[in-house]
Write a protein that binds this ligand. Structure first.
Ligand SMILES: [Zn+2]
Ligand SMILES: [Zn+2]
Length: 194
């Protein structure tokens, strides 16, 4: 385990939890498999995430494939899995968490109470303690215990993301041209069109 990388992940995410621990481990596994240094897979690979929770931060820091650099696609189907594929041929790996993210539903019940601001101070404390504990458990397991790895392929094509700007006739702000609409001879952004 590389503690410097883990520290970067935790600083970015803000806490240790099972999700970010899995994202870190899946990213670490991909770096080992593809012989890449931390943060450099963005040059050669993209990541497809099958969830949109904490693990995203771990996989982004470890691989360097981020939402902002178009290296991370989120296809949330509610699974703790990441697909890492090569841009050049669309082949790669799918890394699935092979243990339960949480070891019971109790912390999830506490989480719901924390989020809806109905948790007592004791329940809050208990949730944070259980979250840290499960995160540490996931960090301490071996790859064999923790992960199930499949070969995967995904049809990858680069997409154009930069376009010329047009000015909205109402608010005067610049808008990427595919996202501005012409309404009765006026160009309107989506905020002004409402
Ligand atoms: Zn988290
Ligand atoms: Zn506007």
């Amino acid at each position: 385990m590389n503690h410097e990388h883990l520290e970067n992940v935790l600083r970015f995410h803000g806490h240790l939890c099972p999700g970010v621990a899995f994202g870190y481990r899946a990213g670490l596994y991909a770096l080992k498999e593809f012989g890449a240094a931390q943060g450099t897979l963005r040059d050669t690979h993209i990541v497809i995430a099958e969830n949109e929770v904490c693990g995203l931060d771990g996989i982004q820091i470890m691989t360097g494939c981020t939402v902002g650099n178009d290296g991370l696609l989120i296809q949330n189907i509610g699974k703790q899995a990441f697909i890492i594929i090569a841009k050049k041929d669309g082949h790669g790996l799918r890394v699935l968490l092979d243990v339960p993210l949480w070891d019971s539903e109790h912390p999830l019940m506490l989480h719901a109470k924390v989020k809806s601001k109905t948790a007592t101070p004791e329940e809050k404390k208990e949730f944070f303690a259980l979250r840290t504990k499960r995160g540490q458990e996931i960090l301490s397991m071996t790859d064999d215990e923790l992960l199930k790895v499949f070969t995967a392929s995904y049809p990858y094509t680069e997409k154009i993301r930069l376009f010329p700007f047009k000015t909205c006739d109402q608010c005067g702000e610049a808008v990427m041209s595919p996202l501005i609409k012409e309404v009765k001879g006026k160009y309107l952004c989506q905020s002004c069109e409402k």
